[in-house]
Design a protein around this ligand. Structure first.
Ligand SMILES: Nc1ncnc2c1ncn2[C@@H]1O[C@H](COP(=O)(O)OP(=O)(O)O)[C@@H](O)[C@H]1O
Ligand SMILES: [Mg+2]
Length: 294
């Protein structure tokens, strides 16, 4: 069986009693080895909850999850952590590097948990940093790296274990357009060498790198389509804040309903401002308002 991921009727419910949130509502999903899956959908639709379960950071409330044919949804915490370390590489929007460790030590960390000797760890970490073009930055601390460099270190850390699955939750969400491109090219390279990649994004342009796009709403996958590398599927292109647009009025409705919590639809990459300054945030919110009042 070539399924890397097989979810069957997976639900995730947060909270107890009257104050529960159904973040995932009986999701069934199979992903095969070598797919690059982009996940879109408005804020709160369950994208991170889904990635956290697939990435073994969290367990389903109901349903089953097989990772590489092994039932992992019932594993105890220790075994879950081990399976995670052995099979999964994570990339987060906020990089999640340890500030007191150098780039090299951050990248070597997953190997320490595996019991690899120190000299081997450093050697492999160094190779991983070279793969992301940061061999010159081995001894830099995270605070002396740019956002793009920090994310490349995080990618090196994610790939140092040769994971069967790379999980990226809005990996370019904090990056300027140039760094975003570098990060996406690295993910594309991992994909081209056989890795399976799952990535959440709000940016329709980034579905170019994907072979499949899922659209989530209210804890369900509402569309699931295959796409050619290099192309943005029409549904993703027309999406407003990660949500496909079925008809004009419905789309506007969803914009105003989610306006308070979601970022504006990113402009095409070439038009985005290079610096993530306050000014660019202001102009983003202006765009957002404009869209609604149109
Ligand atoms: N730890 C948590 N405790 C309670 N509710 C949560 C928790 N994490 C997420 N949620 C809720 O679950 C829903 C889905 O959230 P999330 O998976 O983060 O969505 P997305 O990543 O698409 O923005 C939201 O309603 C959110 O408020
Ligand atoms: Mg999220």
């Amino acid at each position: 069986m070539s399924n890397v991921i097989k979810l069957e009727e997976v639900s995730r419910i947060y909270g107890f009693g009257n104050a529960t949130t159904v973040a995932l509502d009986e999701i069934s999903l199979s992903v095969e080895k070598g797919e690059f899956v982009a996940i879109m959908g408005p804020s709160g639709s369950g994208k991170s909850s889904l990635l956290n379960i697939i990435g073994l950071l969290d367990k389903p409330t109901h349903g089953t999850y097989h990772l590489s044919s092994r039932l992992v949804s019932k594993l105890r915490p220790g075994r879950l952590a081990k399976a995670r370390r052995d099979h999964i590489g994570f990339i987060f929007q906020s990089f999640n590097l340890l500030p007191k460790l150098t780039a090299l030590d951050n990248v070597a960390l997953p190997l320490a948990y595996k019991g690899v000797s120190l000299s081997k760890r450093l050697q492999q970490a160094s190779l991983a940093l070279e793969r992301v073009g940061l061999q010159e930055r081995e001894y830099f601390f995270p605070k002396s790296l740019s956002g793009g460099q920090a994310q490349r270190v995080a990618i090196a850390r994610a790939l140092v274990n040769n994971p069967s699955l790379i999980i990226a939750d809005e990996p370019t969400g904090n990056l300027d357009s140039h760094s975003s491109r570098v990060v996406m090219e690295l993910l594309a390279e991992l994909h081209s060498t056989g890795s399976t990649v799952l990535m959440v994004t709000h940016n329709p342009e980034l579905t170019r790198y994907a072979t499949r796009v899922l659209y989530m709403l209210d804890g369900s996958i509402v569309y699931d389509e295959e796409t050619k590398l290099g192309e943005v599927p029409a549904r993703a292109r027309a999406s407003t804040d990660g949500m496909p647009k079925d008809d004009e009025s419905e789309a506007l409705e969803s914009v105003s309903a989610f306006l308070h919590e979601i970022p504006a639809k990113p402009a095409p990459i070439r038009k985005r401002l290079v610096n993530n300054t306050k000014k660019s945030k202001m102009s983003k919110s202006k765009r957002k308002v404009k869209k609604v009042t149109q």
